[in-house]
Ligand binder design. Structure first.
Ligand code: UDP
Length: 414
């Protein structure tokens, strides 16, 4: 059997104080219509990255609403995950000339093996991202509705890769994308829904923490100086997140802001073999600068520490080159910390109004905006407040559950 991630139950009523009753009532009404539904999300890693982060909060909250929800994780070896990382990159536009017959066979054989080990007793399956996208093809005997959930920017996929994946995705009953423009124009068949992701404001990663004592002390304990300015980027070690660009931003910004510190906080996931090599290369580059630090889940940086980092930083950077959504942008803004981020993918959804003045295309622009915010703390504070309000109104978990429940209700005809 596939691994089921062990999770508990969360009460959505805890969110009433924060969000008011209208949205929560709406979610509860939908949940009543779906009562007893058996829902299963499937992805390829129980930790590291945005999908795992989402499911970790989503599943317990959905269970609290009377839905029988589970999360199964597919298995694979290094070869399989090297292929799926290339498929992921190719869906985001990287060329993948090596999509040979043998590669396709390995990908499909692995999905077939996982299909045999899948617990089939659900009414709705949500398949996250390309890794398990062919499962549905091998599960013909299962009487369920199938949804493919795309978390990446698939607006300009590598043609060959897309043609290979397209029939598998088209065999689903529905497909969810974060933005309209991510829907490949030749996708036919499934019902299309546009639903952006969301963060859990009460999770360990996002819950309130006293900035002055707790956050700054945690930062001190990691060997950083609480009295000097700090900028961070929190992300998987992935070239699309432009980690070397961020070090370049630091080099430029530190000329204008003496004593500046940079922390690159990254995580490694077991479905991302590339990440481990990149981690070493980033470390090597960072080690050239006394005030550039690399932290990761390998040396004890968990949700609480990420929370503290996002609160204690003067500016959060997310200099992505491609980005499906970038939960880290919402996480930082929710904490009132200003963000300077790449003007790509789902990031602009999160940075509207004045926040959009801090969307950047180049390292130079990024360094300039970072320095501006460090030199104008009053602007930074206002920006943080604007960000917090925008995230509260648009990107918190109950809204995501409402949107997904509406789609599921339509599919199962409840
Ligand atoms: N993250 C983390 N520790 C790290 C780096 C990242 O917990 O060292 C989390 C981060 O807080 C966010 C998720 O991983 O919740 C990354 O999601 P995002 O959508 O930003 O990017 P993805 O990894 O899905 O491309």
């Amino acid at each position: 059997m596939l691994q089921k991630v062990s999770l508990g139950v969360k009460d959505i009523n805890n969110y009433r104080m924060l969000l008011g009753s209208e949205l929560i009532d709406e979610v509860e009404a939908l949940a009543r219509d779906l009562k007893g539904l058996r829902l299963c999300h499937i992805n390829s890693t129980p930790f590291g990255g945005g999908v795992a982060e989402l499911l970790f909060s989503y599943i317990p909250m959905v269970r609290g609403l009377g839905i029988h929800a589970d999360w199964q994780v597919i298995r694979g070896d290094r070869r399989f995950f090297t292929i799926t990382k290339s498929l992921h990159n190719a869906l985001q536009g990287a060329e993948y000339p090596l999509l040979e017959q043998q590669t396709q066979r390995t990908y499909l054989a692995n999905n077939q093996r996982n299909a045999r080990e899948l617990d089939p007793n659900y009414d709705v399956f949500v398949i996250n991202d390309p890794q398990p996208a062919a499962l549905r093809h091998f599960c013909d005997g299962i009487n369920a509705k199938w949804i493919w959930r795309c978390h990446i920017d698939s607006s300009e996929p590598d043609k060959e890769t897309w043609q290979f994946l397209r029939p598998h995705i088209e065999s689903h009953d529905a497909a969810i994308f974060t933005m309209e423009k991510f829907v490949p124009p030749d996708l036919r068949g499934p019902c299309i829904a546009i639903i952006p992701p969301a963060i859990d404001p009460l999770s360990t990663k996002n819950m309130p923490l006293p900035k002055a004592e707790v956050c700054r002390t945690m930062i001190d304990n990691l060997g950083l100086d609480r009295n000097r300015p700090l900028i961070i980027q929190v992300s998987r070690f992935d070239l699309w997140k432009d980690p070397f660009g961020v070090i370049e931003v630091y080099k430029r910004a530190s000329k204008a802001v003496p004593g500046l510190q940079l922390a690159l906080v990254g995580s490694l996931a077991n479905d991302d073999p590339e990440g481990w090599e990149l981690y070493a290369a980033i470390h090597q580059e960072a080690d050239k600068y006394e005030d550039v630090h690399v932290f990761s889940n390998l040396n004890g940086i968990g949700n609480m520490e990420v929370n503290a980092f996002q609160r204690a930083s003067d500016v959060v950077i997310q200099k992505s080159i491609r980005e499906g959504f970038g939960l880290v942008v919402s996480e930082a803004l929710w904490k009132g910390t200003p963000v300077v981020a790449g003007n790509v993918g789902g990031i602009p959804l999160q940075m509207v109004g004045t926040l959009s003045n801090f969307l950047v295309d180049t390292v130079e622009e990024c360094a300039e905006k970072v320095v501006y915010l460090l030199e104008h703390p009053e602007v930074a504070e206002e920006l943080g407040k604007e960000g917090m309000a925008h995230i509260k109104n648009n990107f918190l978990m109950p809204r995501l559950i409402r949107d997904e429940f509406s789609l599921i209700k339509e599919l199962v005809g409840a």
